[in-house]
Design a protein around this ligand. Sequence first.
Ligand code: ADP
Length: 157
Amino acid sequence: MKIAIYPGSFDPVTKGHLDILKTGAEIFDKVIIAVAKNSEKKGFLPIEERVKLIKESTKDFNNVEVDSFDGLTIEYAKKKRAKVLIRGLRAVSDFEYELQLSQANSALCEEIRTVFLTTKPKYNFISSSTIKEIYINNGDISKFVPEPVYNYLMEKK
Ligand code: ADP
């Protein structure tokens, strides 16, 4: 069984993330989308809320699990018997950081490889931080986030 982990902040999950996840779920037998608790980024939504929103947004996938984890991604991957990490690439600007991260992970654990996926062009520019900015300034985020995230954020206002 080919298991892949899709780790990230997902703060909040976007249509870009879901497009990456969809492709991952077509390639691998199981994908675990996992919210990292130890991200250096200051959080917008609590981890439990991010997990809940991802669960609601991925309920139609039958080979996707949602989880959160502490500590090193490779340790989490080993625990889950996953040999692949999925990361997304938007632009060349993502590449340097993502390459470095994947090489650091390979140096820590040779058996675990990172696979890079891209989205459909219409989702390519979407990032959680852009969405937060639009939301805080009362712009329309309905095109960029799945419905559960949209409803949650509108209720929060
Ligand atoms: P992190 O803080 O770990 O970068 P994010 O939630 O911001 O977590 O992103 C998780 C992964 O999804 C990253 O590899 C990021 O590049 C990728 N990603 C996010 N949005 C998109 C998008 N619109 N297109 C392609 N990849 C994306």
